[in-house]
Design a protein around this ligand. Structure first.
Ligand SMILES: *Cc1c(COP(=O)(O)O)cnc(C)c1O
Length: 462
């Protein structure tokens, strides 16, 4: 009880010199709130018997209040260093955008724009027009539309084309992506009736044929993005399904997940089919993500035959799923880079990072190590070790990307402590621990990021 009574009152703390200094820098209500919360914490500690008289020292109190204030000052959503080697890390925001878009994005963000204004006629335009032609050019589609994400794209397509009617899907394709997107659940949400055919490992054309009735609204093919079925398997190809749909007059839709437009030669396991191939095989409509292999912003792209896509543009649900000007600016900018294949490989970070070879990464690693050793005391040690990076984002689970990692050892901290300290830096550094080592994957750490790693490591030795 003794220490509890010694905890100073708010007014006394506010009058202290430490607090007066803070009041000169921060708004009074913000300082007051920090003081109150700090005092609450001290009272709790006093009752628990964990408070010491040193905690009540005016300079310790001042430091505790200041720490609270600075913690409240940093943004919650901020840049991190991705040392995990997972290129499309959903928790870290999937695809970083191409640096070439920086200036244009700032222009669009801070000014008025042509979002829904047609400068040629001076009349109202549509926001989807800014990307439709590009999508069509790149994929071979006749018409296209963009919504909030691929989950929204699938929901819109089901709601518009199949509400109250049946959708035929293979049992092997009833996928769950990232825990919150499940084909059977989206189907229910869209008001469609799921008609499963085939078995988990094998589905044949005759299974689809047998399931078609006058209630069938759609044949749906879902790409098994995040898992693989191996062994005794059979699936109906996209071309076969498209032919069946055409013969019976039923739209064929493919949810292809990744949105890959490129040829990935020479990378083991990179067997992702291209959007163009689906459309060339005759499916009526595809949906895919903007921020997976495409390397753009979060978005869901719907592309295909005009007769199937255009009615979606008038569906009332579209208003709830629509994208804003920043998404459209980032998507238009990304798609423009695809017009020149060499430029796409060079400037879209997702494509560039996935293509880095082990040799290139090792060379980069040797430079990084020289720099780290120059900038940090010898108590922190570095070594290059080989490993494997992942594509991530629920794409290409079997792709093995050989890489090099920087193993960091500190004489003062365990790998677990190192991980925690680096993660709590102003620019958080996210690494991983494997086989008792703290590791940063050279593939996903950008050249500019190493300064933040150095700052973080300096804080661990301080
Ligand atoms: C990733 C994925 C989705 C969900 O896409 P989001 O853009 O994350 O909403 C849906 N279907 C498939 C097949 C996917 O791979």
């Amino acid at each position: 009880m003794d220490l509890l009574q010694q905890i100073p009152k708010v007014d006394k703390i506010l009058a202290d010199s430490a607090c007066r200094r803070l009041l000169a820098k921060h708004p009074r209500p913000v300082v007051l709130a920090a003081v109150r919360r700090t005092l609450d914490e001290l009272r709790t500690a006093a009752r628990a018997g964990t408070l010491t008289s040193a905690d009540l020292d005016p300079s310790a109190l001042g430091a505790a209040i200041e720490q609270r204030l600075t913690a409240g000052e940093t943004f919650s959503l901020r840049r991190v260093v991705n040392g995990t080697g997972v290129v499309l890390h959903t928790n870290l925001g999937r695809s970083p955008l191409a640096p070439a878009l920086r200036e244009h994005l700032a222009d669009i963000a801070f000014g008025y724009t042509t979002l829904e204004y047609d400068v040629a006629t001076g009349e109202r335009g549509t926001r989807y027009a800014h990307v439709e032609q590009l999508i069509c050019q790149l994929t071979g589609a006749e018409a296209a539309l963009v919504v909030n994400n691929n989950a929204a794209a699938v929901l819109l397509v089901l709601s518009a084309l199949a509400a109250g009617r049946e959708v035929v899907v293979s049992r092997g394709e009833l996928v769950e992506i990232g825990g919150s997107f499940r084909i059977p659940d989206v189907m229910k949400q869209g008001g469609a009736i799921l008609k499963e055919v085939g078995s988990t490992n094998r589905t044949h054309a005759k299974d689809y044929c047998g399931a078609i009735t006058d209630q069938t609204a759609m044949l749906l093919k879902v790409h098994c993005s995040n898992f693989a079925v191996v062994g005794f398997t059979a699936e109906v190809t996209v071309a076969e399904l498209a032919a069946l749909g055409r013969e019976r007059g039923i739209p064929v839709v493919a949810d292809i997940g990744s949105g890959n437009l490129m040829e990935w030669q020479g990378i083991p396991g990179m067997t992702e089919p291209k959007v163009q191939e689906y459309l060339a095989a005759g499916v009526d409509l595809v949906t895919f993500s903007g921020d997976k292999l495409l390397g753009g912003p979060q978005a869901g792209i719907i592309a295909g035959r005009a007769a199937v896509v255009n009615p979606l543009k008038k569906h009332p649900l579209l208003r709830a799923l629509r994208v804003d000007k920043l998404t459209l600016a980032a998507l238009e900018g990304t798609l423009r880079l695809y017009r020149d294949e060499r430029q796409a490989w060079a400037e879209i970070p997702t494509l560039r990072l996935l293509r880095l070879t082990a040799d290139e990464l090792k060379k980069k690693g040797q430079q990084v190590l020289r720099r780290l050793r120059r900038q940090l005391p010898a108590t922190v040690q570095f070594e290059l070790v080989p490993g494997i990076s992942q594509v991530g984002g629920g794409a290409l689970p079997l792709a093995q990307l050989p890489t090099w990692l920087v193993a960091i050892r500190s004489g003062l901290l365990s790998p677990g402590e190192l991980e925690a300290v680096l993660r709590r830096q102003p620019v958080p550094v996210i690494g991983r621990i494997a086989k008792g080592e703290y590791l940063l994957d050279l593939r996903t750490v950008a050249d500019d990021d190493w300064a933040a790693v150095v700052d973080g490591l300096r804080a661990t030795v301080a």
